[in-house]
Design a protein. Structure first.
Length: 202
């Protein structure tokens, strides 16, 4: 059977027989890496191979940076740090949300390919598509809000815009990112459940 696999990791399959390759499938905890089913991989190995955890960590770091940026901007104690944290956290936030979207696209494609190769029937791919749809909308909205906030921050620095306007939009950007993270966590959990179902049928 064709195992479900998602990009971001290389498959170590050199020297393996065709029968052994057919026996492999995704680790059921995250559905992102081909793994042997003969018990040779430890639980520690599985925990270290979780791209979804790393993506969520990156999104969390971006949000923490935005909160720190808002803190320095609100109290006006260190404008230099406010600008530095703002640039850094904006880049991390945009990258993390984008990679989360690509990750879910890859997971959906992997499920679709596995169903075709394994001649499986069901609505697994449609369920993955429905799960990731809110991530695309909320993630895009959060990224747009974050970009606008950063651009308006430059206008405040040059005196073209009152700080209050920049501050209110910044709070909106933080709220959007919080909502996006919640949506992404739910999507990761739900899509992993779908992958587990496909694995059991392979």
């Amino acid at each position: 059977m064709f195992p479900v696999a998602v990009p971001f990791y290389f498959v170590r399959d050199s020297g393996r027989t065709a029968d052994h390759d057919k026996a492999r499938r995704v680790a059921s905890t995250h559905g992102t890496r081909l793994a042997p089913t003969d018990g040779t991989r430890s639980d520690a190995d599985e925990r270290n191979d979780r791209p979804d955890d790393r993506l969520l960590t990156a999104v969390g770091l971006g949000l923490a940076g935005l909160l720190t940026t808002a803190f320095f901007g609100l109290f006006g104690s260190d404008i230099g740090r406010h600008i530095s944290f703002g640039i850094f956290s904006t880049m991390i936030t945009l990258l993390a949300h984008s990679m989360m979207m690509f990750y879910l696209i890859g997971k959906g494609k992997a499920v679709k390919d596995a169903m075709a190769e394994g001649k499986l029937t069901g609505d697994f791919y449609q369920r993955i598509a429905a799960i990731r749809k809110p991530v695309f909308s909320m993630g895009t909205f959060a990224m747009m809000f974050t970009i606008v906030t950063a651009l308006l921050g430059a206008s405040v620095d040059t005196g073209l815009l009152p700080p209050m306007v920049h501050g209110m939009i910044a709070y909106g950007a933080i709220a959007c990112n919080v909502a996006a993270i919640k949506t992404e966590v739910d999507a990761i959990r739900s899509s992993s459940g779908v992958v587990d179902e496909v694995n059991r049928l392979l």
